[in-house]
Ligand binder design. Structure first.
Ligand SMILES: [Zn+2]
Length: 282
């Protein structure tokens, strides 16, 4: 049986990310491939991305950006083939060190036990075999990415413990221990390649040269690579639904298309739990 048609209807995967669009670049091809092969995929987005950019003022205002970005994510997941999209409705905490970090509704200020309990509840309801989430670096250190990684890791371990959040337990929400936890990564060497290319092209990179050796996932931490070349068109179409976040004049848009497609054609994970590397075997 060819890997593209291999039936995955027994597989359930839960993807936990911080913002609408976080799912796209690192795991959009994986999600498209899994649903095309019959897997059940649920996406949870912790915040509404409401302090993100607005690429074009005709698309949204700061007041309605949360609603607009929720709708963008639903459209993106319709393109990918994921109908089950959920929001925890925290406020985006903004970049590290900004005033938005202190907003009482932000994920940054959330009580960890409350946030972990919300994720435990979803794990017990959805009963996934596999959980994927941000890697501990948060990619470029975004406080919401790091928080979701910490809370998702805790929830992965606690959902299977009867003493954790026992008030949630019911016939529909039994104790449930997912088999595998993966962190979605973007290797540091890829950031370095992109940085180098931008410098060559006289485009100002979004990360400073002194940071380029600390952003992303250290290459040696990547355990699993997936060839998603066959899903790059779907991945790009899905990413393009996040219209408020796409800057046609931004540095990433200046990269040669063949380089962008080549980079998007591989997705990278770190297996963060014991167990057989199921994604790596696909
Ligand atoms: Zn994000």
């Amino acid at each position: 049986m060819s890997p593209i048609t291999q039936d995955l209807s027994q597989l359930s995967l839960l993807a936990l990310f911080a913002h609408p669009d976080d799912e796209g670049f690192g795991s959009g091809g994986t999600l498209a491939m899994l649903v095309a092969r019959g897997a059940r995929v649920t996406l949870v987005c912790a915040t509404n991305g409401d302090v993100g950019e607005i690429s074009d003022p005709s698309l949204a205002t700061p007041d309605n950006l949360a609603q607009v970005r929720q709708e963008e994510l639903r459209q993106a997941m319709a393109v990918t083939g994921v109908p089950d999209v959920r929001f925890l409705n925290y406020r985006d905490s903004g970049m590290v060190g900004t005033e938005d970090n202190n907003h009482p509704d932000s994920l940054h200020q959330a009580n960890p036990a409350t946030a972990i309990g919300q994720l435990v509840n979803i794990i017990r309801e959805v009963q996934p075999e596999v959980v994927i989430t941000h890697d501990p670096s948060g990619g470029y250190g975004h406080p919401d990415h790091r928080a979701v990684c910490q809370h998702a890791t805790a929830a992965f371990h606690q959902a299977g413990v009867a003493d954790a959040y026992p008030e949630q337990l019911s016939q529909e929400r039994p104790v449930w221990a997912p088999r595998l936890l993966y962190y979605v990564g973007f290797p540091r060497s890829n950031f370095q390649r992109i940085w180098q290319k931008m410098v060559e092209m006289d485009v100002t990179p979004p990360f400073a040269s002194q940071d380029i050796d600390s952003v992303g996932t250290p290459d040696e931490d990547v355990t699993t690579t997936l060839d998603v070349t066959a899903w790059v068109d779907t991945k790009i179409a899905s990413l393009n639904c996040h219209r408020t976040q796409i800057d046609p004049n931004g540095p990433f848009a200046q990269l040669p298309e063949e380089m962008t497609r080549e980079i998007m054609g591989t997705e990278y994970y770190t297996l963060a739990s014991p167990g057989e590397d199921l994604l790596g075997a696909l």
